[in-house]
Design a protein around this ligand. Structure first.
Ligand code: HEM
Length: 464
């Protein structure tokens, strides 16, 4: 074993910025992570919070770092060890101690922050996903909010801050109900990770769910605050979920979308007829039908209108699409627009590759959805990898043209001929603009691992 130089915590603390190089400690080890700053998937500003000190309190907050691949990256930057005389750090309080209980059926990607999806077998069983099974995508601990004390702050056109209680929003604005599917940009990232690991949450096909949302229309609230349609800017949202530095989750949508009477952007306080659950933004969240999950800001507490998009990391440096050729060294985030409306998508939920089927009658099931209110008009299913196709039967709620915010569930009742050894089940959906899913996943690979909508494929052995 190599022996490393020894440092005191005081020496480490002197290396707290790029000019003096950025050192951090983890356990007894000392690392110089200066050359990793630009490569960090969570952004440079985040690592700088730990500069000169211990990673533990920060990784207690972003516990997805306690994975092998992150430890391996860190080890590349090891330069020394702490002197044996240095006292150990007290273990940090768990910032996730107040997170709510969750349903055991959910497949957990990371516990802290909590990111989990329903198993495929349950996902397409319900047109409206039960709240407990609805996929959960948190970036930070779930904030504890007192609904009595809660206020939504909106900056008016004259710069005044207006504040609305939950009661104001429920009593002074008409309640709208909208059935809308939410999909994470990283849905089906596991297939991209199989091409080349992006080292980001390995979502299977379940980072998508559907619910009926109830709340006030954002348009009505913005008009009450003094805004008029016809402005070419952006509406930015901030949540109450925050990290050590006080940085809150944030995102924005175009003002035109927020004000459109045809989009039904909501400030929702209900989910499937129940009070919004804590994991889904209690007491208030934004719902932007047809748009990527990242903009549906949960625990929303502050709304501003201005000429620019949200300055948040998640608006500027994440949730954007790039060519497969772009690397972390060459990426220019300012070149790509933030993902808003999502492309046509579908997936097979049954049968799963973990089971086998018998010759004879077979039921194939799944979901299909397209962004921007485009209706899904057809789902084609093949049992032989795409040579022969059959059309599935679609079920769902009728919604107005251009406002098809909810997914369709689909089913194909078909027949497996005797003698078949294996099924290579493939599905692809088509929307009203005849947008169709691309065949192969490889050309869709991108550093962030987002926007995978390739034909979904499941191989299932046939046993007599
Ligand atoms: C994400 C490495 C320090 C905050 C990540 C990921 C890696 C990584 C590999 C992607 C993980 C995944 O999605 O599975 C490191 C290393 C660090 C470091 C080697 C050593 C210095 C920090 C610190 C903070 C931080 C100190 C916070 C103060 C984040 C955030 C994300 C992230 C916010 C993105 C999470 C998301 O996509 O929601 N980091 N990190 N990291 N990291 Fe770090």
């Amino acid at each position: 074993t190599t022996s490393f130089p020894r440092f005191t915590r005081e020496e480490v603390a002197r290396h707290h910025n790029e000019a003096n190089r950025v050192w951090v400690t983890y356990g007894n080890d000392v690392f110089d992570v200066t050359n990793f700053l630009e490569l960090h998937p969570g952004g440079k500003s985040k690592i700088l919070l730990a500069a000169g000190g211990a990673l533990e309190p920060f990784w207690a907050l972003y516990a997805m770092h306690k994975q092998d691949h992150v430890q391996e990256i860190l080890q590349e930057y090891k330069i020394g060890e702490l002197s044996p005389e240095e006292p150990p750090l007290p273990s940090p309080d768990d910032p996730y101690a107040n997170d709510p209980p969750r349903h055991p059926a959910l497949r957990v990607n990371t516990l802290k922050p909590y990111n989990a999806e329903p198993p495929p077998e349950l996902l397409a069983e319900y047109f409206l996903t039960p709240n407990q099974l609805f996929f959960k995508r948190n970036h930070l601990p779930v904030p504890v909010v007192d609904p009595e004390a809660y206020r939504l702050c909106i900056q008016s056109p004259s710069g005044q801050t207006l504040s609305f209680s939950l009661q104001d929003l429920k009593q002074n604005f008409p309640k709208y109900e909208v059935t809308a599917t939410i999909q994470c940009a990283g849905n089906r990232r596991a297939e991209l990770n199989a091409v080349q690991n992006t080292n980001r949450l390995g979502w299977n096909i379940g980072a998508i769910s559907n619910a009926c949302w109830g709340g006030a229309r954002l348009r009505d609230v913005l008009m009450q605050a003094g805004y008029q349609p016809g402005y070419d800017g952006h509406v930015s949202f901030e949540g109450l979920d925050k990290d050590h530095s006080g940085t809150v989750y944030g995102a924005s949508i175009p003002f035109q979308k927020a004000m459109s009477p045809d989009v039904d952007v909501l400030l929702a306080y209900e989910m499937n007829g129940e009070e919004l659950p804590r994991d889904h933004g209690f007491p208030l969240r934004v719902i932007v039908p047809g748009v990527v999950g990242a903009r549906h800001v949960k625990w929303v507490a502050r709304i501003t209108v201005g000429p620019e998009e949200s300055k948040s990391h998640w608006q500027q440096k994440d949730y954007k699409g790039f060519s497969s050729s772009v690397t972390w060294e060459t990426v220019d985030f300012s070149k790509a627009p933030a993902i808003q409306e999502m492309p046509i998508q579908s997936a097979i939920t049954e049968p799963s590759s973990k089971t086998s089927v018998s010759p004879g009658e077979l039921k194939v099931k799944g979901y299909a959805w397209s962004g921007g209110g485009q209706r899904v008009i057809r789902v084609d299913v093949s049992l032989d990898g795409g040579k022969n196709w059959q059309e599935a039967t679609l079920t769902g709620e009728e919604q107005l043209p251009g406002q098809a915010w909810a997914w369709k569930l689909w089913q194909l009742d078909t027949f497996v001929p005797p003698g078949t050894k294996e099924l290579n089940i493939v599905c692809k959906a088509v929307d009203t603009s005849y947008n169709v899913q691309p065949e192969r996943v490889e050309p869709l690979w991108n550093i962030l691992g987002v926007l995978n909508n390739a034909w979904h494929q499941v191989r299932v052995p046939v046993e007599e």
